[in-house]
Ligand binder design. Structure first.
Ligand code: 5GP
Ligand code: MG
Length: 185
């Protein structure tokens, strides 16, 4: 799916496919330097993180395994409450392993702080976090820190590169905002 396929719905492209590719090259270099060849377990939070998982993992020289979790956060409408339920748990035992949480987007940070607390009880050797997007609002509100952030973006509703609106637009290679009529029609 590309720009021409959603021409009428598109408002603004904030991160192009090329921007993301270049930025992930930089981040992969930093992650490789950090782990120094240690084995890492990348944990993707379904479903939005599939794109960054696929792209980032292929840029790493670090030997990685991959596992996935699906979480549902209770809340009214678009507001995250921080009360989280595990829909799909890990397959792997993470005890004494180096865990790298792979996120699509950090908004309030509530889901992520719950996830970090949950994983800590399983006694991994370390937990680090990488995210494709961090909303600017999250920087001051969050009580968990992302270790690697591809892009800090303004507090608008974003789609593409794994991010959906009603399960649409995940397969856009870029990150964009949508025209008002998409939400009202
Ligand atoms: P929070 O950080 O507020 O606990 O929740 C983060 C989750 O809310 C993300 O994993 C994502 O599913 C959803 N989310 C937050 N902001 C956006 C956005 O701009 N676009 C999309 N598509 N989902 C978002
Ligand atoms: Mg997510």
């Amino acid at each position: 799916m590309n720009e021409k396929d959603i021409a009428g719905d598109l408002e603004e492209i904030l991160v192009t496919a090329e921007d993301m590719d270049k930025r992930l090259d930089e981040i992969a270099g930093e992650i490789d330097a950090y782990y120094q060849g240690e084995q890492v377990l990348m944990i993707g939070v379904l479903r939005g993180s599939l794109m960054i998982m696929a792209d980032l993992s292929r840029k790493l020289s670090t030997p990685v395994a991959m596992d996935w979790m699906a979480l549902s956060s209770y809340g009214s409408g678009t507001q995250s409450s921080g009360v989280v339920r595990i829909l799909k748990d890990l397959t792997e035992d993470i005890k004494v392993r180096h865990v790298l949480i792979v996120e699509d987007i950090i908004d309030s940070g509530l889901t992520l702080s719950w996830l970090v607390a949950n994983l800590e009880t399983r006694e991994p050797a370390s937990i680090k976090i990488v995210t494709a997007v961090r909303k600017s609002e999250a920087v001051c509100r969050m009580n968990v820190n992302a270790d690697w952030v591809a892009f800090d973006l303004p507090d608008a509703f974003l789609v593409g590169y794994g991010l959906d609106y009603n399960e649409k637009y995940r397969n856009l290679p870029f990150i964009c905002t949508l025209a008002e009529h998409v939400y009202t029609s």
